[in-house]
Design a protein around this ligand. Structure first.
Ligand SMILES: Cc1cc2nc3c(=O)[nH]c(=O)nc-3n(C[C@H](O)[C@H](O)[C@H](O)COP(=O)(O)OP(=O)(O)OC[C@H]3O[C@@H](n4cnc5c(N)ncnc54)[C@H](O)[C@@H]3O)c2cc1C
Length: 238
């Protein structure tokens, strides 16, 4: 059975687009054994349709050296679910969770070094990449493409730039609403060279799957690819 942890909310920061950043402190003296890219599962205590507690995954946005303090960045969605629960938390509230979990970590080194990394984030999936970009990936050899929801502005472009290494090889930000199957095909044609790089894809599931399959068809190695699906958008239905 997985260990249940508790942490106290120490600070909250409402971002302009409606997301909330929560800085939390572990109740136990033992810190989290965390690797960048991992997430925790929050138990909101709210009942789901079967009366069981509603639980959802949230990427660790930042973790201190000994793992006793961490931050989460939760988008506020029009749901009655955990995203709203986290957005309503206040200083002094207590969070219950398990983890860290997840295999969306930096790929191991190879005998023949790869030329670099190409990262694609859709929506809140950017959270899973921030840890890798800041701690593990070699910034001058890393390309980042972020398709963000301009309507919710989960994290502003300025905020993202503030949280990224300044010497990233390439950063492109586009509107998620304008993303389409055609744009995916254009990217695959323009970035065919990326098949020889390490590939990281996180966020909306239809779009991450589409690009991942496209790169595999171009010859990318499945073992040099990491994917993390955060959610699947019904409206995109591809
Ligand atoms: C590994 C992992 C890491 C995650 N990390 C984060 C994180 O750091 N920050 C964060 O805000 N969310 C993150 N999520 C999403 C989060 O777990 C919840 O799914 C989300 O907050 C919605 O939960 P809910 O209970 O409010 O609504 P739900 O009832 O779960 O969902 C309501 C509807 O919203 C859609 N939806 C869910 N998430 C999103 C989204 N981000 N954008 C648009 N539509 C969405 C669902 O498809 C569904 O149709 C992560 C998910 C996974 C699997």
């Amino acid at each position: 059975m997985s260990t249940i942890h508790f942490a106290a909310v120490r600070q909250t920061l409402r971002l302009e687009g409606g997301a909330q950043l929560l800085r939390c402190h572990m109740e136990s003296a033992q810190g989290l054994a965390y690797e960048p890219g991992q997430y925790i599962i929050i138990n909101s205590g709210l009942p789901n349709a079967e009366g069981k507690p509603l639980k959802r995954a949230y990427t660790l946005f930042a973790v201190n050296e000994d793992g006793t303090e961490f931050s989460l960045l939760a988008e506020k969605l029009p749901s009655a679910g955990v995203s709203v629960y986290l957005n309503e938390r206040e200083v002094g509230d207590r969070l219950q969770f398990t983890g860290p979990w997840g295999k969306f970590k930096t790929l191991p080194e190879t005998d023949t070094p790869v030329p670099g990394a190409v990262c694609f984030a859709f929506g809140t999936g950017i959270n899973a990449l921030l840890g890798l970009l800041n701690r593990n990936l070699p910034a001058p050899k890393t390309h980042l493409f972020w398709f963000r929801d301009a309507n919710t502005a989960f994290m502003s472009d300025v905020c993202l730039r503030d949280h990224l290494p300044h010497n990233l090889h390439e950063l492109k930000i586009e509107d998620l609403e304008a993303y389409s199957e055609e744009r995916a095909q254009e990217l695959l044609a323009d970035l065919a060279w990326a098949k020889d790089h390490d590939l990281y894809l996180a966020g909306e599931g239809h779009w991450t799957d589409g690009l991942a399959e496209g790169f595999l068809a171009l010859g990318a190695q499945p073992e040099r690819m990491r994917r993390e699906v955060f959610y699947r958008s019904p409206r995109q239905g591809v």
